[in-house]
Design a binder for this molecule. Structure first.
Ligand SMILES: Cc1cc2nc3c(=O)[nH]c(=O)nc-3n(C[C@H](O)[C@H](O)[C@H](O)COP(=O)(O)OP(=O)(O)OC[C@H]3O[C@@H](n4cnc5c(N)ncnc54)[C@H](O)[C@@H]3O)c2cc1C
Length: 557
């Protein structure tokens, strides 16, 4: 059996930064990842990373913007820490070799982003995530660690109140194995594929969040799902907020810049929840284009700017929508983009289970509260990735030797073996499609008690059917049918948590917009939702929000 001090699950920016911190602290570290590290979803990030650098901007304004963006649900102590760490984090990434775009005078170029009072989003054209990921991976390559590549986490093993290791699956050989670890850092990234219309990669299935939930972790604020206003019609491919940051304008079918009605001060650069609701409202009230979309216009920015600052957007428009953004408007509608919720942690990445840590999109600290600002999430992966790696290393120094039993493996693997042994049963892909349709139609941007109750009924029926799921492919190597089934099971679990939290929260805040409760209700709901796994589904409890300097007030853009 393999043994390590720290096993980091996930090789995106959060996982790599956590691993680097734990290695630097002297631990024996392994990274386990179902994808090649450079294929992690972090590499798809386009628009940029926020940091208040330069004289005109300040950590204080970044902090305020993030608190306001969160609709006051973010914990202000964590947000202050996060914004302070931003400058040094970006400089460190530059020293690791990230090639950021520059302004004329050679300083770091910055672009305006939604909900930000100042242009503070630092970028590498429209490929910021890939630039960061490559630089960090190269730096990590100079360090000693073990890489389990194309391995899936199956379960975290917790006994005697603490983590003992994990059970994992090697996609290449089809073998299951136990890996003992004193500490486990879950950095498994997004869960956006719970929805059909999403900007997230196919691998974003929330596996780590579901694994943590199964062993007793409390999931925080899962009902807050971010929809990005501008995803390409049909494919759902993201058109970065940087496109509006560079001056792009949204227009309805009547040619009106409709954001003037919804956010008179900042127009197209209001925060994402506000812009997404505006687009849906325009379409629902008959001012969209036939088929239900609006236009994002870049043409007035000129060929040179568009092709140098937004190269990928040009390619996406040309290749996936048949439009040339230099001369034609881009057809867009909102799509699921980010989960504000996740495994509940504190600022050190610690969960409610001893030895279990989490960071990145899988975690919820919470700094994004009810709505994340663009550019804050790349920063989150690095700041809290490092925090969790350091905290895990500190814990490992005194933690007892982990003990895994053969029964741990059997316990985790038995249900999977029975999926393959069935001669008849449910097709995992069919269940996944039905789940996505439910979430797209009933748990979207606008929510009602009736829709949510129906969604819960449908998801519970799918969970029931999942008990009889069948893996028809019996091959040993790269059995995608098997990993699809595991991912679908994970997502069904999380879909239920999202819906139960959304039903309970009878107010509208940030990305959670209830048509039947249109107002924010601080008296009753200025609190975090915590979901634990009960025998009959999620059991909810609540935790206070930390307010330090900014008293909640109405959010206007
Ligand atoms: C299209 C797009 C554009 C974005 N643009 C921006 C932007 O411009 N600015 C910004 O701040 N944010 C942006 N975001 C959000 C941001 O990129 C993500 O929140 C962040 O990169 C997530 O990083 P992560 O390290 O948590 O997860 P990821 O980078 O997704 O990494 C997850 C890792 O976990 C591994 N993994 C998952 N499940 C398992 C399992 N069962 N077993 C083993 N390994 C597993 C995967 O292999 C992967 O290595 C964007 C997101 C998308 C989808």
């Amino acid at each position: 059996m393999q043994r390590h001090d720290v096993v980091v699950v996930g090789a995106g920016l959060a996982g790599q930064r956590a691993a680097l911190a734990a290695i630097t602290a002297g631990c024996d570290v392994a990274i386990l990842t179902k994808l090649h590290p450079l294929r992690s979803h972090s590499g798809a990030a386009q628009g940029g990373i926020n940091a208040a650098v330069g004289k005109e901007d300040s950590v204080e304004t970044h902090t305020y913007d993030t608190v306001k963006g969160s609709d006051y649900l973010g914990d202000q102590d964590a947000i202050e820490f996060f914004c302070k760490a931003a400058g040094p984090t970006v400089v460190e990434m530059e020293h690791f070799g990230t090639i950021f775009s520059r302004s004329e005078d050679g300083s770091l170029a910055r672009r305006p982003f939604g909900g930000a009072g100042f242009p503070r989003t630092i970028y590498a054209a429209d490929r910021t995530g890939l630039a960061l990921l490559q630089a960090l991976f190269e730096h990590l390559g100079t360090q000693p660690y073990t890489l389990y590549e194309e391995w899936d986490l199956i379960e975290v093993v917790v006994r005697d109140g603490r983590v003992q290791g994990i059970v994992a699956f090697d996609r290449k050989s089809g073998e299951f194995a136990e890996i003992a670890a004193k500490a486990v850092v879950l950095a498994t990234g997004p869960a956006g594929r719970i929805y059909g219309r999403t900007t997230n990669a196919h691998s974003c299935t929330g596996d780590g969040i579901a694994a943590a939930y199964r062993v007793g972790s409390l999931l925080k604020d899962m009902e807050f799902v971010q929809f990005h206003p501008t995803a390409l019609l049909d494919s759902g491919i993201l058109i970065t907020e940087g496109a509006r940051g560079e001056g792009g304008i949204l227009k309805n079918a009547a040619g009106e810049q409709f954001m003037a009605k919804y956010a008179p001060h900042v127009l197209d650069l209001a925060s994402r929840d506000v812009v997404s609701r505006a687009i849906v409202t325009e379409i629902q009230q008959g001012r969209g284009f036939p088929g239900g979309y609006v236009h994002l216009e870049l043409m007035h920015l000129g060929k040179e700017k568009i092709e140098s600052r937004l190269q990928e957007i040009c390619d996406f428009g040309r290749n996936f929508a048949g439009v040339d953004p230099v001369t034609q408007p881009i057809p867009v509608t909102p799509a699921q983009h980010y989960m504000m919720g996740g495994i509940g942690t504190n600022q050190r990445g610690e969960t409610n289970i001893l030895g279990l840590y989490s960071a990145g999109e899988a975690a919820c600290v919470s700094i994004h509260g009810a709505n994340r600002l663009g550019g804050n999430s790349l920063l989150e992966t690095l700041v809290f990735g490092r925090q969790s790696g350091e905290a895990a290393a500190a814990y490992v120094a005194t933690a007892p030797t982990p003990v895994l039993a053969e029964t741990d493996l059997d316990h985790a693997v038995a249900p999977i073996r029975s999926m393959s042994a069935r001669s008849d049963g449910e097709d995992p892909l069919q269940l996944r499609k039905e789940m996505q349709a439910t979430m797209d139609t009933l748990v979207g941007i606008y929510r009602t008690a009736g829709d949510l109750a129906e969604a819960l009924r449908q998801i519970r029926a799918l969970k029931e059917r999942f008990q009889r799921v069948r893996v028809a492919d019996v091959s040993q190597h790269f059995n995608i049918n098997l990993t699809d089934a595991l991912e679908t099971g994970n997502m069904l679990e999380l879909a239920e948590v999202i819906i139960v939290g959304a039903i309970a929260r009878t107010e509208s805040r940030g990305a959670h917009a209830r048509l039947d409760y249109p107002k924010r209700d601080d008296a009753a709901w200025l609190k975090h939702t915590l979901a634990g796994r009960g025998a009959d589904g999620p059991t909810l409890s609540y935790a206070p929000v930390t307010i330090t300097r900014f008293e909640p007030k109405e959010r206007v853009y």
